[in-house]
Design a protein around this ligand. Structure first.
Ligand code: SF4
Length: 282
């Protein structure tokens, strides 16, 4: 038993009626909170300390641990910074901006295209021109948004015929070989559940396979990740855009991807085709 020669310390002198009134008031307040739907009350370390419930030193400070999502985003940003300063191939001489790609750091789907065009070169973003608008509609028709997937290219700088930014051309094998380590590094971070290559160059760059017309719609694999080759949106635009035979071949490929992912493809293909037409015309 503790004896206090000069009387009990100040904090112990509250009278029973005072304490009862305090507890009743607190109880009533908590009841009110519960009735208004409050289920939890958060108290910070300092408040707990002031209430005498625990000394500050006894409560471990929260240690911020990066989520896998944030960690992946930081690693992708580091790769993008490296690309921004890259001079591995001659394309750096004529670029306005590098285009590392963008989207969800932990996506189900990674789209891989050929290389930046004029709009992408100006904005530093992948698939933002007319082909990008078509790709956006295709992604939307799949029940996704661009923020839920990642979109990148085989090369990160714009290849043009004369180097003067007039006409686009496919990257050369040397340019692809120089740039491919960046895409490989991105895929290692992203670990998508499915890769969709858009067009002949993306398929050749990643898997060394030629003949997109023959390869389209056939499941392949890139380092254990299922890969679906399909046509590039630019090729669809050249063939008439939405609602052409080429377009519906691509749509079949996208439906196969949704099935692979276990995502809903609730309506028969013919109905989906009608719906995607409606979406495309909005
Ligand atoms: S295309 Fe790729 S390898 Fe060539 S300069 Fe740009 S980032 Fe570097």
């Amino acid at each position: 038993m503790t004896v206090y020669p000069g009387g009990a310390p100040e904090k112990s002198r509250a009278s029973v009626p005072d304490l009862r009134s305090l507890v009743e008031g607190l109880t009533a307040y908590l009841e009110t909170l519960r009735e208004t739907g409050v289920k939890d009350i958060e108290l910070d370390r300092e408040t707990l300390h002031e209430l005498g419930l625990a000394p500050v030193s006894a409560i471990p400070a929260p240690t911020p641990s990066p989520t896998p999502w944030r960690e992946a985003a930081e690693q992708l940003a580091a790769i993008a910074r490296e690309i921004a300063g890259c001079r591995r191939c001659p394309l750096h001489q004529t670029r306005t901006k590098t285009v590392p790609g963008q989207g969800c750091p932990q996506p189900d789907i990674l789209f891989v295209g050929e290389g930046p065009g004029r709009d992408e070169d100006l904005q530093g973003l992948a698939f933002v021109g007319r082909a990008g608008a078509l790709l956006t509609r295709m992604i939307k028709a799949m029940g996704l948004t661009r923020d839920e997937v990642f979109i990148a290219n085989i090369v990160k700088c714009r290849p043009t015929v004369d180097g003067a930014g007039v006409r686009d051309r496919p990257p050369t094998p040397e340019e692809m070989a120089a740039c491919l380590p960046y895409l490989r590094a991105q895929i290692a971070v992203l670990r998508p559940r499915v890769i969709i290559t858009l067009g002949a160059t993306a398929l050749e760059g990643l898997l060394g396979l030629k003949g997109i017309k023959r390869q389209r719609g056939q499941w392949r694999e890139y380092e254990g990740i299922p890969l679906m080759p399909t046509y590039h949106p630019s090729y669809l635009l050249r063939g008439g855009g939405d609602d052409t035979a080429r377009y519906w071949e691509v749509w079949d490929d996208l439906v196969a991807v949704l099935t692979q992912l276990g995502r809903p493809t609730p309506m028969p293909a013919a109905v989906q085709r009608r719906d995607i037409n409606t979406t495309a015309s909005q």
